[in-house]
Design a protein around this ligand. Structure first.
Ligand code: HEM
Length: 193
């Protein structure tokens, strides 16, 4: 049975007729400025500040050189055409990163890594090697992979993803193998001994 007070409270928009104002000691102060607590610090959250233009996370300075790509470039217009030129190479590099990030065999390695930078530098490396007129601005293979603890199986998985990316881009098998032959010697720089 409704009491009169309950009905009055309902009409006033409150469903709890027992509601009494909070004592001053119970009230949450709204005077504390909103920005005074560093919640990232409180909860140990590490913030990464990406470059607003490139979207990349800045890394420690290193010497840039095409030699860091660690392969002699091709000079073969037919081969380049088989890869679909620069656009085809870009698509293949992006797809390789996406497939690898989604590949349960190796996805953990890519977590918390700057895949914006990885897509750019991988494209530059492939573009340089294919003789498509790019400079490679990334690090050496040893420097880029030294803390990743990669094994031979990881390398095999990555190569399979690259084959898949080239297959999707309709690169003929013989042309695929020419790029793979340039990358194969890099395994000793990438995997841990
Ligand atoms: C021949 C084989 C490989 C090539 C040509 C290659 C190429 C590259 C390039 C160009 C970079 C960027 C360098 C830079 O940031 O300056 C890079 C970084 C990276 N690579 Fe590879 N890579 C190879 C093998 C692998 C394998 C097998 C894995 C893992 C399964 C892998 C995972 C990564 C990751 C996670 C990064 C980012 C490292 C970081 O940001 O600290 N790579 N790789």
């Amino acid at each position: 049975m409704f009491t009169l007070a309950y009905l009055a409270a309902l009409l006033a928009g409150s469903s709890d007729p027992q509601t009494t104002p909070l004592a001053p000691s119970e009230q949450v102060s709204s005077e504390q400025p909103a920005g005074s607590v560093d919640w990232d610090k409180e909860f140990g959250v590490e913030r990464v500040d990406r470059d607003p233009v490139t979207g990349e996370v800045p890394i420690a300075p290193y010497e840039q050189s095409n030699a860091n790509a660690q392969a002699t470039p091709f000079s073969d217009a037919k081969l380049l055409a088989a890869f679909g030129g620069r656009t085809g190479i870009q698509r293949i590099a992006n797809r390789l990163v996406e497939l690898s990030e989604a590949d349960p065999r190796i996805s953990d390695v890519f977590k918390a890594k700057d895949t914006v930078r990885l897509k750019r530098t991988l494209f530059e490396q492939f573009c340089y090697i294919m003789g498509a007129g790019c400079d490679y601005t990334g690090r050496t293979m040893q420097a880029a992979h030294k803390d990743l603890g990669l094994q031979r199986a990881d390398m095999n998985a990555l190569v399979e993803n690259l084959q898949q990316s080239m297959h999707e881009a309709k690169v003929p098998f013989s042309a695929q193998n020419r790029l793979l032959a340039k990358l194969a010697p890099m395994e000793r720089e990438v995997v841990v001994r």
